[in-house]
Design a protein around this ligand. Sequence first.
Ligand SMILES: Cc1ncc(COP(=O)(O)O)c(C=O)c1O
Length: 449
Amino acid sequence: MNKHSMTRRQFMGAASAGTLAAIGSRTMPAFGGLGTSAGKLAIQGGTPVRARPWPNWPVWDKAAEEPVLSILRSGNWYRGQGKTVTQFEEAYAKLLGVKRCVAMCNGTNSLLTALRMLDIGVGDEVIVSPYTFIATYNVVLESCALPVFADTDPETFQINPDKIEERITENTRAILPVHILGIPANMDRITEIAKKHNLKVIEDACQAWLAQWRGKCCGTIGDLGCFSFQNSKHLPAGEGGAVVGNDEELMDRVHSYHNCGRPYGSMPKTSGYPISGNNRRMTEYQAAILLNQMKRIEADTELRWANGQYLTSKIKDIPGIVPHRLYEGVTRAVYHLYPFRYLKEHFNNVPREKFMAALSAEGIPCSGGYGPQYNDGLMEATLKSKNFQRAFPKARLDRYREELHYPDNDRLCQEAVWISQNMLLAGKQDMDDIANAIAKIYENRDKLA
Ligand SMILES: Cc1ncc(COP(=O)(O)O)c(C=O)c1O
C-alpha cells in the first residue's frame, strides 16, 4: 500500500517502533541553526536524518496482567457481574473533574448515545466541523439528522467559530465541536453561540483526553462529552468509549439507555424498562486495561504537550512550514496528532505527497490526514436513503447538497501534515530530528522538484 493512502489508524501503527526501516547515521542540515550539513536526501539515496525507531504504541506494564487474568478466570466478564467498569467510571470522572461518566463500547456509540439522550433525531440539524474522523459525520447521519458543516479555521485545524452562526437555522438543535487532533476547539465562542440560540453542545473529545480549555478538561464543558479508547488512543483498550457530564438526571438516562433502557438512579422504577434503550456496555476486562493505562496518561500527556510546543518552536521559521495556532484559551493540547501546514510554493512547488515521502525516507513517518469527506459517496448514499427521503423535503436536501463546499477545509486537506502521538513520547533530541529532516528537505527542495 502507498504510505499516503493509509488510514489514520494504519498510519499510527506504522509510525510505531519496529515498522520503520530507516537506517544510517544522523545528518544535520544547515538551516536556521538547526544543523550543519544538509547532505543528500534519503529518498535520493542519501543517509537518513534518523536511524532509530520511534516509541511503540500501545505500551503496558506487568501490573496490567493480573487484573485482566483474574477477570478472565472469574468468568465475570460482563459489568453486571463485576465492579471494574464502575471503578473505571469513577476514576475517569475524577480524573476529568466531571460529576459522572458512563463507560461505553466505543466512541461512535458514545456520540450516538449523547445525541439520542439530548433528543436529537429525525429532521434535526447539527453543526459539525468537516475536519474530523468520519464517525462524527456518521453519528449525525445515523440519527437521521443533517450534519451541517461550519468551515474549518485552517490556522487552528478546528471548527471556525466565525462560520457557525451563519449555518444556524430553525432546525438546528446542537453544536458538535470536535477537539480534533487533541487540540481544543474555541469553547468560549461555541458555548456563547449555543447559549444565544438555545442549542445543546456535545463535545467530540474522542481524540482529546485531558486536553484543557482554560484549565477545564475538554469533554466536560458542553452538555455531554464523548471519548474513544480505541487502540491508537492515549487511553487505549482495543475498543471502548465514554460519555461524561455534570447533569445527574441526564447521566442517569445515559446510563439507562446504554443498558437496554433499564431504570437507573433517579429514574422511576415503576417500569422494568422506562425508556427504549440499547446495549452499549463496556466489558470488565476492557475496564481493567483502562485502569492500568490511566496510571500513565498524565505523565504521557505532559510529555506530548512539552514536545509539541518544542517542535513548534523548532519548525516555525522554516519557510513554507506553518505550525498550527492554538486559541488563546488553550491551556493544554494533547496532540493525538501533531499538525502543521506545508505550503508547497515555498518548496519550489514540490507536491505535498513528494514532501511526505521524502520526510518518511528521512526516518520521520507522517501522513496527510483527512480528505474532504463531504464529497465522499456516503453523503449522497445517505441523502438518497429511504429514511432521509422520508424525513426531509426534497427541496431541503437539494439545498443541502448545494452547500457542501468548504474552501478553507478543502485547502487544509491539501496542506496538512500530521506527526503521530507516539513520536511525541520520545525526547527533545528526537523532536530535533523531525525539525532537521524538514529543514534538510527545504534545503534540497530544488533537487526534489
Ligand atoms: C474525532 C473522533 N470521533 C469519533 C471517533 C469514534 O471512536 P471509536 O473509534 O471508538 O468508535 C473517533 C475515533 O477514532 C474520533 O477520532
